[in-house]
Design a protein around this ligand. Structure first.
Ligand code: WT7
Length: 636
């Protein structure tokens, strides 16, 4: 039996047990069998959650791109690595072979080097979903530069914060991006951001939309021209197992985003292993994950995981609604997609448009359909199973986080039975616990609590860039010797897990992880606004939407409610991005506070959810009086 490919429940149970009883032996065997190394490790794992410090495969030397590219040149040179499906269906899809991808990566790596990027330097990537995005990421990894991909929907301010936080030396962007019927001028956003980023030296620009852009002399260069002159040979930089591979920002409960730092060897081993099993990927399958590479799902399950397995991975530039709501299914049939992986919010949005768009497609090629990013409600799960999976494809509800690097809780299709709304069982090597508020573990089944992880896994983030203390406080201080996920979960009678949602000040809107603090900070920039509190409330398509409770310093002159609401959402769009706009805004005289002055979001959350009989005890508030009028004027 190969431990690398789990094929039935008994194997899962056996391998899981081994991964817990002898984690070092287990992971060493996987690492040894499946990857190429310049030098093997001296020690498989050392860890201390109190510091916290975690090291996997210490002493080993490798380059992840040799595992994603070079080694496939022998057997898979002409196999397609990436199928690029452009935004517009009339534009021809591109099939990029492993040999071609290898050459493009080497060329781009040489361009980065020629522009002065060295091992350890940070490179910001702000690109649409085009092949150059994959090439840029791998080019960084090739030369040991640390990539920091920023989702191309973030605003100039959000981009600047991320560039400065990790001192990026270079930016790789494009003139613009196609999104359905719209085009976005990305270069303009970059120019606006760079006004506040003095340390960034070079901007490489991919030509995609052809629109006119400003090019600053000696700073901005068209990538194509540089690539034309670059050598197609670039030896891989030899990296230590724990050398940084990338930084990826995620929202925190306080204003500043957290630059989660991922390192090389453990991340590679775990993402490749999970990819193989969670999607039961077989050699000639075509796999498609609809996420944006700007999120962890894209890093791990569009790029590194699939390429490490020599897979064919679809990269789609567009949106599910363009030219109409059948686009996803057109693409599945066009490329004979076998594994399809998307987000609950996309499923709900498509379900809302009716079954007509999907029913006419047989979708015969599909074997596995997956979801990720937020809890999937039963209705959406069933719709997905019926209309997309046609009752013959297991639905894999995969739970993970930017911080965990790879999938942590998931059914293994054709191995684990599925159950609507349940992510089911921990993946191999993952040791979960459910905790009560006092820090005691709930043992046994039919319990609910806070979800923690008791033992290190190879792809966990090692730190927050530039702020290890915050890493410790956020993840390792709530429960002693455990990683705290920030999520609540329950375990049913059979031991299956269901993720119930965040238990902190993070709200998942359309699968995007948003902290309340940065949104409130943006709102409070308004000169007439005193204070604000943002909470989530259930939304049919987005999962959660945002409700803002706002107090004014004074009534603005020529007061106009609509105009003020618009100004608030514009502030949010410029500071964070349009995704964080408020669906509901309620102006109020005061916000409920504890005696120590902390806003009681719990109460506001209940009001936003219209569950006013569940407010609990409000008598200990500093200002219980304000609650009545908030309730009376609530927006439902
Ligand atoms: C948060 C992490 C994982 C990649 C995309 C999001 C929520 C994620 C599920 C799921 C219920 C889920 C959690 C988690 N989440 N997957 N299958 N069921 N909730 O990454 O932006 O770091 O967000 O997304 O609340 O903590 P992220």
């Amino acid at each position: 039996m190969s431990q690398y490919h789990i094929k039935n429940l008994q194997e899962y149970l056996q391998v899981y047990k081994k991964s817990i009883d002898e984690p070092e032996t287990f992971w060493a065997e996987i690492a040894e069998e499946q990857f190429i190394w310049h030098k093997k490790w001296n020690k498989v794992l050392s860890w201390d959650f109190t510091k916290p410090e975690v090291k996997w495969f210490e002493g080993a030397q490798l380059n992840i791109t040799e595992n994603c590219l070079d080694r496939h040149l022998i057997t898979r040179a002409n196999k397609t690595a990436i199928i690029f499906e452009p935004n517009h269906p009339n534009e021809k899809a591109q099939h990029i072979t492993y040999a071609a991808l290898y050459e493009q990566v080497c060329k781009m790596a040489n361009v980065l080097k020629a522009k002065g990027v060295q091992k350890g330097d940070r490179v910001c990537i702000y690109l649409p979903m085009i092949p150059e995005l994959t090439v840029a990421i791998l080019a960084c990894a090739r030369i040991g530069a640390v990539h920091s991909v920023v989702f191309a929907g973030f605003s100039a301010t959000a981009l600047a914060t991320r560039i400065n936080d990790c001192n990026c030396k270079m930016m790789i962007t494009s003139d613009g991006s196609f999104r359905g019927a719209k085009t976005l001028n990305l270069k303009q956003i970059v120019d606006d951001a760079l006004v506040n980023c003095k340390d960034l030296e070079t901007v490489l620009v991919v030509k995609r939309t052809g629109e006119e852009v400003q090019m600053e002399i000696e700073r901005d260069f068209w990538l194509e021209e540089l690539l034309n002159e670059a050598s197609p040979i670039c030896p891989a930089e030899i990296m230590a197992a724990e050398d940084p591979l990338f930084i990826l920002y995620t929202s925190g409960s306080t204003g500043k985003p957290k630059g989660m730092l991922h390192t090389t060897a453990g991340y590679m081993v775990y993402t490749a292993y999970t990819f193989k099993n969670v999607f039961q990927y077989e050699e000639n399958d075509v796999y498609w994950c609809t996420a944006d590479v700007g999120w962890i799902t894209g890093h791990s399950y569009i790029i590194y995981g699939p390429l490490c397995n020599g897979a064919t991975s679809v990269m789609f530039e567009g949106v599910p609604s363009f030219p109409d709501y059948s686009r996803f299914w057109q693409i599945v049939e066009k490329h004979n997609v076998n594994q399809f992986y998307t987000a609950p919010t996309a499923i709900r949005a498509l379900a809302k448009e009716g079954k007509n768009y999907v029913e006419v497609f047989k979708l015969k090629s599909l074997k596995v359909i997956g979801t990720v990013g937020e809890p999937i409600n039963e209705e959406a799960w069933k719709w997905y199973n019926e209309y997309v999976g046609k009752h013959k494809c297991p639905v894999v509800d995969t739970w993970f986080q930017t911080e965990t690097g790879g999938i942590m809780i998931t059914p293994i299709p054709y191995v684990t039975p599925t159950k609507p709304t349940f992510a089911t069982l921990p993946f191999i090597g993952v040791q979960l616990a459910l905790m009560d508020d006092e820090g005691k573990e709930f043992k046994g089944n039919q319990v609910a609590g806070r979800l923690t992880i008791k033992f290190p896994w190879p792809s966990m983030a090692r730190s927050i860039w530039g702020d290890h203390e915050r890493y410790k406080n956020t993840y390792f201080s709530t429960f002693k010797n455990q990683y705290f996920t920030g999520d609540g979960a329950l375990r049913d009678a059979t031991g299956f897990y269901r993720i119930t949602g965040r238990v902190d000040d993070i709200i998942i809107v359309s699968g995007h992880n948003l902290g309340t603090a940065p949104i409130e900070d943006a709102i409070n920039e308004h000169e007439y606004i005193a204070e604000s509190a943002v909470v989530g409330f259930p939304h049919e398509v987005k999962g959660n939407a945002l409700y803002g409770f706002i107090t004014l310093k004074e009534t603005p002159p020529n007061f106009n409610l609509e105009a003020l609401e618009k100004q608030i959402n514009t502030l949010i769009a410029t500071h964070i991005g349009p995704i964080a706009k408020l669906d509901k805004i309620q102006f109020t005289e005061g916000l409920p506070k504890t005696r120590s002055g902390k806003i009681m979001r719990r109460i506001l959350r209940k009001i936003a959810e219209n569950k006013i009989d569940e407010l609990g005890d409000i008598s200990t508030l500093l200002n219980p009086d304000c609650v009545d009028s908030i309730i009376e004027n609530r927006l439902v």
